[in-house]
Structures are given as C-alpha cells and as structure tokens.
Write a protein that binds this ligand. Structure first.
Ligand SMILES: *Cc1c(COP(=O)(O)O)cnc(C)c1O
Length: 399
C-alpha cells in the first residue's frame, strides 16, 4: 500500500478537494479491467460514468488516436481540418439529425443546447427579448457550470455559487400534467434526461417521454434530450429515447462519444434549430479539433460494428435478472435498462462499494443508497458471472 498512500497524500495535499474517490490509484486499464499501482486488478463497473462504453484503451481507438496525434491535433476553428467533416457525417447519419455542433465537455454541449433553444425561441418562435423559459426536471443532472447548477435541485451543487441564471422552470420528473401546466407562450424548450443517471438511474413512468413529446409539439416547444450518459448504447438502445419511439428536436451527446480518449461532446438538431447560429455566435477553441474528431468518428463506428448496443441489452438483462435473485435484507429494489443498473439499498451504499472494491470490483455509489452498475458495453457473460460471485459474497457478509 506504500505507493498508493504516497499518491493519495500528494493528491490530497496539492489538489482541490472536490471529489471523494475510492482509494485506489489506477495506473493502467484494458477493456473492462483496470489495474492499480500495487498491481491489483479490478473489474470497472462504472466505466467513467459511461464515457468508456467501448472499454478502456480500445485498440482501434488507440490506433486512430496515435496516428492523428502524430499528424495534427489542434487547428482551432479559425481554419478547417480534414477530420471534422467525416465526424459530422458519421454522427449525423447515425443519429438522423441534419447538423451537429461539436464541443468538449458535456456541460458545454448542454450550454450549447440552452443557447440554441433560447435563440430559436426568439428568432423562430417569436418570444419577446429575454423572456424565454426552459423547463427542466427535478433531480436533473446536466453538468456543473453556473447556469446549469442554477436549475439543479441538489442543494450542494448550488450552495455558494449564486446568483444564478434566470429562465428555468423545474417540474417533477415523469409528471406530464406538471409539464403541461408549466408550458407558457414563452417556453422555448423542455430539456430532460430520458432516464436520470446521477439521480440514481430513475426510469420515468412508461409513456412519459412520448406524452412530453406530444405536448412539446402541440405547444411549439423544443424537446431536448440530454443523452450524455444514457446514449450510445448504455440502455440497450443506441439512445434511450428510442425506448419510447420519440424523436427529440435536439439531442445532447458526450461521454462515450470519444470512448474515453479525449473530451468530445455535441449538440445535434435539424436546420430549423441549428440555423440560428451564425459565425461568431458561439464557439470553443478545442471544439471540433482533429484529434477529438478522429477518435470520436472511430468510437461511433466501434459501437455499431462491435454490436455494443445489442450486447448492452443482452448482458444487462442477464445481469439484472441475476441481481434480482440476490437475497439480502439491505436490497430494496433493482432497477435499470441495458447495462445501466441501480441496486437500491435501504442504507448507505458506500460500505458495499468499498467491500466490492476489496473483492476486485469497482462501483460507485450515487445518491447515498444506490450502487450503480455500469460496466463497459464490451462485458461478456463470463464476466457478469464473475461479478455476481463477488456481489453475492459481499451481500452475504454485509447483509
Ligand atoms: C456527465 C453528464 C453531464 C456533464 O458532462 P461533463 O462532461 O461532466 O461536463 C451532463 N448531462 C448528463 C446527463 C451527464 O451524465
């Protein structure tokens, strides 16, 4: 443990304390496995909050990344580069939108969606200056910028960071009556996660998104889905909104978009919305850079060609079925779709995550009492069986 303690002491001494990580220090990773500085191996059941759906250091991504890094990494959008067009083409063809706007972090893509929705509200819908409203849901997670935390309902995310951006209305997640009541002539968008990840993998009542889409259409309001975590195969469909057969007017993607190699995010929409942006309206120095585009283009192809969406559904269904059979007093329920599973306990989940870590399995609690299980989508049945042995052992010991 000497090496581990040394790294932890250094990190805690010089870094801001804005995280509370499990105390292992990872030094390398491959596929669903990571290795710490002591040489211990762990199955990664968090997958960097679904940013490594393709598995760690995927060989195809590594190859493209290396090749592109040796050619050109950053041009800024002041000049064109030869990787952006191909990425646009793959991303828009795969999602069925006419246009994409590339950013880096998820929060930036959410900010892009907010800007697009507001500007569409003014220029297309005809909302009066500075009156645009966006409806969001309680327990949302859309990122950490000041505007975004301003409409969070999590006290800690906001505490000490105000004043906040006005123009957001919060409704209960899954409540279409509340949505209908919240829509005003000034509403430009309803922004929602089809399944709430950070809130604890909360699946809304069946039909919620469909009804929400109908209400949006009827009232000339944009439906924007934040699929940064739920998208790209995590739930057993390419996008979680497909479970309800809806097509959002705007789609936000990030995380697995680059398979963990480089921050790449995007906002997707059709011409009617995207054409509100003119040169100079919005941008990012690194957004659309050739290194990010090259790796993201390949990352999307890996998801399709390796049938990761199908595997997510297959292994996720099997995993959830097995978890449902674990007998333990502490387990209240098991919920999820695809390889996005929440094991809901009646007590703090952290000790269970620590016990699982000691058994070689990495999970992270969310909202105190939920163990989130979300491994890379490359996981195989024999790996799920391995994980189940560890889980059964831990629940037998801790109850
Ligand atoms: C992670 C996440 C974000 C923020 O992404 P960052 O890359 O951390 O800025 C936004 N929305 C959802 C649904 C997320 O899961």
């Amino acid at each position: 443990m000497k090496k581990t303690q040394k790294f932890i002491a250094m990190e805690d001494k010089f870094g801001a304390h804005n995280y509370h990580p499990l105390d292992l220090v990872i030094t390398k990773a491959e596929g669903i496995w990571v290795e710490d500085v002591e040489g211990n191996r762990y199955m990664d059941c968090l997958a960097a909050y679904s940013a490594v759906n393709q598995g760690h250091c995927h060989p195809r991504l590594l190859k493209v990344f290396r090749r592109q890094a040796a050619k050109v990494t950053l041009t800024s959008r002041a000049f064109r580069n030869d990787q952006l067009p191909g990425f646009y083409k793959t991303l828009t063809e795969m999602t069925g939108y006419q246009r994409a706007l590339p950013m880096n972090s998820g929060a930036e893509a959410v900010e892009t969606a907010i800007k697009a929705a507001r500007k569409w509200g003014y220029k297309v819908k005809g909302i009066k200056k500075d009156k645009a409203e966006i409806i969001v849901c309680a327990n949302n997670f859309h990122g950490r910028t000041t505007t975004i935390v301003g409409f969070s309902t999590e006290d800690q995310y906001k505490d000490g960071f105000g004043p906040f951006t006005p123009g957001f209305t919060v409704i209960p997640f899954g409540d279409t009556k509340a949505l209908e009541a919240a829509i005003t002539p000034n509403t430009c968008a309803f922004m929602v996660e089809p399944i709430q990840g950070e809130a604890g993998i909360i699946i809304p009542p069946k039909g919620f998104l469909k009804k929400a889409a109908d209400l949006c259409k009827k009232n000339n309001v944009l439906l924007i889905c934040d699929e940064i975590q739920s998208g790209l195969g995590r739930t057993g469909k390419m996008f979680a909104h497909e479970w309800e057969g809806v097509r959002p007017d705007g789609l936000i993607v990030g995380k697995a978009l680059s398979g963990g190699f480089y921050p790449v995010s995007a906002f997707l929409a059709d011409d009617e919305v995207m054409s509100v942006f003119n040169p100079g309206d919005h941008g990012s120095t690194f957004g659309g850079n050739p290194l990010g585009c090259a790796v993201a283009n390949e990352a999307l192809k890996v998801i399709v060609e390796e049938k990761l969406v199908e595997n997510s559904l297959k292994q996720g269904t099997y995993f959830m079925d097995r978890l449902g059979k674990v007998k333990a007093k502490s387990i209240k329920t098991v919920r999820g779709t695809g390889l996005w599973i929440g094991l809901v306990l009646d007590r703090p989940a952290r000790p269970y995550c620590e016990a699982l870590m000691a058994e070689g399995m990495l999970c992270k609690e969310t909202h105190e009492t939920v163990i989130r299980i979300a491994p890379p989508l490359t996981i195989k049945k024999k790996d799920v069986d391995w994980a189940m042995k560890k889980i059964e052992k831990v629940f037998k010991a801790l109850g």
